[in-house]
Unconditional design. Sequence first.
Length: 108
Amino acid sequence: MSAKALVHEFGMGVDVHGRDSTKAACRAVSDAIRHSSLPLLQTYLEGGGRILIDVTVGVPDPDSVDIEQVQRELPLGEVTVCPVDGGLRVPGADTLIACAAITVLVED
């Protein structure tokens, strides 16, 4: 059975001191999911369905992202995290910005 996209959310996270890609990525994911409450997802789980969550996070150094730590930012579902080139190292500062795009899919 194919999964259907149900929700798209977007967020931004900043590590102001330290240029930590994982910290900024976690904050971007947290920012994205805090914009909505989706109680209908529980209905899919109770009915035996699956919740699939795809996270793409843009940071200047994708290889430095701790994927498991970013996955823990999401409260439910089967989470896939894909760090990609993006984000921003702020010139002249010890600051890094990450951007996250989250897609929530449901499978009956």
